[in-house]
Design a protein around this ligand. Structure first.
Ligand code: GLP
Length: 257
């Protein structure tokens, strides 16, 4: 696992945009995430598209997860959120932005269909945020490391964390569809971004804790090309930080981000 520690959330966003831009130029399949952390990265990519000619032509997007019971047009659905925050502002076909169907009458069939669809593509890079309890996508603690796209019940902590996007915690859906941990691991490159002190414990568990369903993000330890990109506050509980910085500063010339 590659650990990149940057001074500020802005520097994290720039570094993440550098990495994603490399894939966008090749018209790759991009796995994207919602949540507040990636927003600065999306803004930086939009800026590069508008002012520096970065093109996403030919790219497709697969989202990690979706709330169950929200119409795709609902402002807080993840299908709507990724369009509002990112894909409506770049040159990507709207028809090439895919999410699990959160308003399906048959969520189990919708999960299976999404898994089948994503399996038919090669996701080149999967951008990930992390929940304070170590979840990625909506894979809450105890999620099987071999899980695929399925329905999950949100943990009360996640509902509380995400209530800020809704008028009332009561409005946060209790169930979701999410790519599983095995689905996520099929992407060629996993890029997890985290900023702020509230993520420090989850980042330490992800990078330095045991591989465990109790910290779903620890599944990155199984991946041959995983990058954990954090600011100083999110890195605060890493005990090996000097080694990570040394490795980052002494990268072999052939090594790409
Ligand atoms: C939600 C999303 C995750 C995201 C997490 C953290 O639960 N399903 O994909 O990583 O929120 O969000 P934030 O970046 O706002 O802390």
């Amino acid at each position: 696992m590659e650990i990149l520690i940057r001074a500020t959330p802005e520097a994290v966003a720039k570094q993440a945009a550098d990495i994603i831009a490399g894939y966008a130029r090749n018209g790759s399949v991009l796995g994207l995430a919602t949540g507040s952390t990636p927003i600065a990265t999306y803004q930086e990519l939009i800026r590069r598209h508008q002012h520096e000619g970065l093109s996403f032509a030919g790219c497709k997007v697969f989202m990690l997860d979706e709330y169950l019971g929200l119409d795709p047009q609902h402002e807080q659905s993840y299908a709507r959120t990724i369009r509002r925050e990112f894909t409506e502002h770049i040159d990507i076909n709207d028809a090439d932005v895919f999410s699990p169907s959160g308003n399906s009458k048959d969520p189990l069939a919708a999960a299976a269909a999404y898994e089948q669809h994503i399996t038919s593509e090669h996701v080149a890079i999967q951008l990930l945020g992390i929940g304070t309890n170590g979840h990625i996508g909506f894979n809450e603690p105890t999620s099987s490391l071999n899980s695929v796209t399925r329905m999950k019940t949100l943990h009360p902590q996640t509902i509380q964390d995400n209530a800020r996007f809704f008028d009332d915690a009561e409005e946060v859906p209790t169930h979701v569809l999410t790519q599983g941990l095995a689905t996520i691991r099929r992407a060629g490159h996993l890029l997890l971004v985290a900023t702020g002190a509230s993520k420090a414990a989850a980042i330490a568990a992800t990078v330095e804790g045991p591989l465990s369903a109790m910290c779903p993000a620890s599944t990155l330890q199984l991946h041959p090309h995983a990058t954990v990109l954090v600011d100083e506050e999110a890195a605060a509980q890493l005990t090996f930080r000097e080694y990570y910085q040394y490795a980052d500063q002494n990268k072999p010339a052939f090594q790409r981000y």
